[in-house]
Design a protein around this ligand. Structure first.
Ligand code: ADP
Length: 629
């Protein structure tokens, strides 16, 4: 048997299932380029970290390109006398040999001998090499090939990840051997054997390990934080060797004519912007500081994508469209802000592409879905509303037909009863006929009320306004009801202030006042006093107020709220014994509002009631859509 899911659970469940599906789809799609863009964005905005810079760059490019072995030797000689910690040549020595300088071989030998001496003196000395297309190390020419040499290549994202040739990661080891950068950093920092490196990612298929470079700051020339010394300046004796105190001297070419000396970085993808030497320095610095960027695992990414998409779907269904847009935007902004903060403060990179696309898709798939559902619901509602309107009209027509048709026979009965009353002699006959007369009168009143209601509801009522002294209208109403009041020994006091004539429909206002006074008589015990007063209103400027106050049974708070509703009669003792249809106050309110006025009641159980009618001094302002004169 199928169990039905209860409506309050339906949306959370839908959100969970849909976001689960979206997450699975998103996790199976490659979106490295987008991710790389977001990674670079955070790298560029992570702030500069240039406090501890251990590398000084020596550029062999420009005027000395390529340098002769004699020039290399002289630079080494200069450095050997400096307080430098490590000397590393990332140079293509073969180019120097290609110059066929007869002195090359002599100086190469001297260079080797001096390098060995430097090593003996306790400094680190390395030559950085490249790999050929088969993955073999390209050695420097003999005798330099006998010196310590290690692979120092820059990794470009060319085959994997974003394939945009940007250098974001660096090799820790290749074919199981540490790279030059690793040896250098470890040599400088005296690392223990079991030193735990941060953010190392294994690539077992190529027997290597890599990590994400934590660039100190911008890598562009003139903007990077490393000092650059030129070969010619060293050769001309212009550089003080204290500059190299406890530093790593990194020697390589920065030649503006050779694009091989430059790389793309997250900071710039222009051809001659970022010297490779600067990237090497950043790699070494990342290893020394042990602050490689840690990438979030796929599981973390999946979890975040799932949570965020579920939240967006839930919000789209649960809040108004405007709030939906606002909260979706807010979620995205908060998520981006958190990811920036994590990158900045903890060097941790969350995967942004999938969660953001998750939010985007969740929003764009589920908003139309919600609209469709709402459209269906509102069209159903409209249909029901239309049916209700038709039923209401049928009911009104039916009531007006019936009451119309009733009117004539009732009038005839009344006429006959009056004839009978005149001719009746026996006391018992007179009694019966007077009963018939009062019952027909009551029936007549009921029919009139129903007919009035039908006219009011069909909006067919037309105001017949004229300028009237409202006090005269009030007095007439009191007169009409004085007999009834006398029957109950009630005193009617009137307290009428002289007022300017009002522009009103006197018939309708008479009906209102008659009803209020009639009610006051009906719902008051014998021998009490009613007060009818009129005056310019203090509470509502520009209005006159007419009030009918009694010392009657009063009205409870609950009943007061519904008193002006159609057919409403409170369920209480005095209503059991008093006849009425619950229409008088409903119609009174309607008529007063037609005059742009208001009606209110102040009352408490057992403490009498005061009904007040406010009418505008200016008379009726007829506006569009209302019944017209
Ligand atoms: P009806 O008098 O025909 O019942 P109304 O619409 O005129 O219909 O009044 C609705 C109800 O409001 C009455 O049934 C009565 O309970 C209450 N009511 C009206 N006027 C007074 C009053 N002056 N004092 C106490 N109750 C009143």
């Amino acid at each position: 048997m199928m169990t039905k899911i209860s409506p309050p659970l339906r949306i959370p469940l839908l959100a969970l299932v849909a976001s689960g599906l979206l997450t699975v789809i998103l996790m199976s799609v490659r979106m490295s380029l987008f991710e790389a863009y977001l990674y670079d964005f955070r790298m560029r905005n992570q702030g500069n970290d240039t406090k501890e810079i251990d590398v000084v760059l020596i550029s062999s490019g420009e005027e000395t390109s390529p340098p002769t072995m004699e020039q290399h030797y002289k630079v080494l000689q200069y450095l050997s006398h400096s307080p430098v910690k490590s000397i590393t040549f990332i140079e293509n020595f073969s180019e120097s040999f290609e110059q066929r300088d007869p002195k090359n071989e002599t100086f190469a030998k001297r260079f080797s001998a001096l390098a060995n001496q430097v090593i003996k003196d306790g400094k680190l000395f390395y030559i950085g090499t490249k790999l050929d297309v088969t993955g073999e190390e390209i050695l420097p020419p003999f005798p330099l090939s006998k010196l310590p040499h290690y692979v120092a290549i820059l990794h470009k994202d060319a085959a994997v990840f974003s394939e945009d040739k940007v250098t974001r990661r660096a090799l820790l080891s290749i074919n199981g051997e540490p790279t030059l950068h690793t040896l250098l950093a470890d040599g400088i920092s005296n690392r223990p054997q079991n030193f735990k490196r941060r953010g190392i990612i294994a690539a077992p298929e190529v027997k290597s390990e890599y990590f994400m470079i934590n660039y100190r700051s911008d890598t562009r020339e003139g903007k990077h934080p490393f000092k650059v010394v030129k070969y010619e300046d060293i050769l001309d004796g212009k550089v003080a060797n204290s500059l190299f105190k406890n530093k790593i001297a990194l020697i390589g070419s920065i030649n503006h004519d050779n694009f091989n000396d430059y790389a793309y970085t997250p900071f710039s993808r222009e051809i001659f912007a970022n010297p490779k030497l600067v990237v090497h320095a950043n790699i070494i610095q990342t290893l020394i500081n042990n602050d490689a960027i840690v990438l979030a695992s796929a599981n973390v990414t999946a979890l975040i994508t799932f949570i965020l998409t579920a939240a967006v779907i839930f919000l789209v269904f649960r809040t108004t469209p405007a709030k939906g847009v606002a909260s979706t935007l807010l979620i995205s902004i908060i998520f981006i802000a958190i990811s920036l903060l994590l990158f900045r403060a903890l060097d941790f990179s969350l995967d942004l592409a999938r969660p953001l696309l998750g939010i985007f898709f969740a929003y764009y798939i589920f908003v139309p879905y919600r609209l469709m559902m709402e459209y269906r619901r509102s069209s159903e509602f409209e249909k029901q509303h239309e049916i209700l309107l038709q039923v209401d009209e049928l009911k009104r027509n039916f009531m007006s037909l019936i009451t119309h048709d009733l009117k004539t026979p009732v009038a005839r009965i009344q006429g006959m009863a009056e004839v009978l009353a005149r001719n009746a002699h026996a006391e018992s006959d007179k009694q019966v006929v007077s009963e018939i007369l009062s019952s027909t009168e009551e029936l007549n009143r009921f029919i009139t009320s129903i007919l009035e209601l039908a006219t009011v509801e069909s909006n067919h009522i037309k105001l017949q306004t004229s300028s009237k002294d409202i006090n005269q209208v009030i007095e007439k109403c009191i007169d009409k009801l004085s007999f009834q009041a006398k029957n109950k020994n009630l005193k009617i006091e009137s307290n009428l202030e002289p007022l300017f004539p009002l522009h009103i429909d006197a018939t309708l206002i008479s009906k209102v006042l008659t009803n209020l006074i009639d009610n006051a008589i009906k719902y008051s015990p014998e021998s009490t006093t009613l007060t009818v007063s009129s005056q310019e209103s203090d509470r509502k400027k520009g209005f006159i107020e007419i009030s009918v106050a009694d010392q009657g049974f009063g009205i409870s708070t609950v009943d007061k709220a519904r008193l002006f509703h159609k057919f409403y009669r409170p369920q209480n003792d005095y209503n059991m014994t008093t006849k009425g249809y619950g229409l008088g106050l409903y119609l009174s309110k309607f008529f007063v509002e037609l005059h742009n006025g208001e009606i209110e009641v102040q009352s408490e159980l057992g403490a009498g009631s005061t009904f007040t009618v406010f009418l505008p001094e200016q008379g009726v302002q007829i506006s569009k859509g209302e019944p017209h004169v």
